[in-house]
Design a protein around this ligand. Sequence first.
Ligand code: A2P
Length: 330
Amino acid sequence: MKIAVVGATGLVGSKMLRLMEEYGLTNVELLPAASERSVGKEVEFAGKKHKVVSVPDAIEAAPDYAIFSAGGGTSLQYAPLFAQKGCTVVDNSSAWRMDKNVPLVVPEINIDAVKDTDRIIANPNCSTIQMVMALAPIHRAFGIKRLVISTYQSVSGSGMKGLQQMENEEKGLQSPVMAYHYPIHHNVIPHGGDFDDQGYTTEEIKLVNETRKILRDPDIRITATVVRVPVSGGHSEAVNIETEKPFDLGEVRKLLSQMPGVVVVDDPARNLYPMPLYAYDKNEVFVGRIRRDESVPNGMNLWIVSDNIRKGAATNAVQIVCKLIEKRGK
Ligand code: A2P
């Protein structure tokens, strides 16, 4: 089995290599690929050093799987070329997510959306993944009517650039690398991606469209505010949910604790609730502050936290590959 990791020198790509090790995907020929400037550099995988190759060289080697985390442009350009070679691409960028022929997958929820003939599979946006992990069991049981989402997203969501800007500013330096229009240290920035003419950002629209696609319900009414906060890793989300059917909070807690990959941390009397510091480097999604919203008939509030580089990106992508190998035999 040959597996290419495109963007292997990046923040998410290098985490993908660690996740492949954790999930036992080590008995493979690894093809780490990146931009031309990294060709010949070395990455560590399964106790050995591997030379970074160019993307065209990785395509030439016709791998069985290619996991991409190298930006939308790279995915648009190269994913079809891998697919033409019979390779299955799992793409972490937003390039293919809303293509109606491309399944958008969180394995615990909708791995069945992947057909045997599919050669490009999209990994959802980090904020969407952690949110739908908590929403899916609630939607199945009570039907979600409306969502009001506020995110508190860490700088690692902007790749190495985000981390470098914050680290420089923490040291009191004017950062030569700017991921944001403003300083992030000591600040909170209500701006993720680009603005549309309605005043929403691309990151907010992703939450709307991707959630509807994964939960297979185009009628859920959704509004979102995406905010960048000076946290190095781990996204947090306050989500207000209105359901069609009445629910019992005890039943909601039970459904959430039974959902694979979700951990309920909710004991206000002991000051227990999820926080990014404690979700760091974990594969699970943590849910707490589970409480009724008394302002509508069937309303509740959740606080959802996860490591955006793990379940929000690398873990989800590697889990997809593992499920497909299980299903397809290769
Ligand atoms: P490189 O390290 O050679 O620039 P991050 O999100 O942490 O910034 O990482 C982005 C990843 O995508 C890196 O591995 C980067 O490689 C890779 N990448 C960026 N542009 C291209 C490209 N045009 N072709 C292939 N890989 C690319």
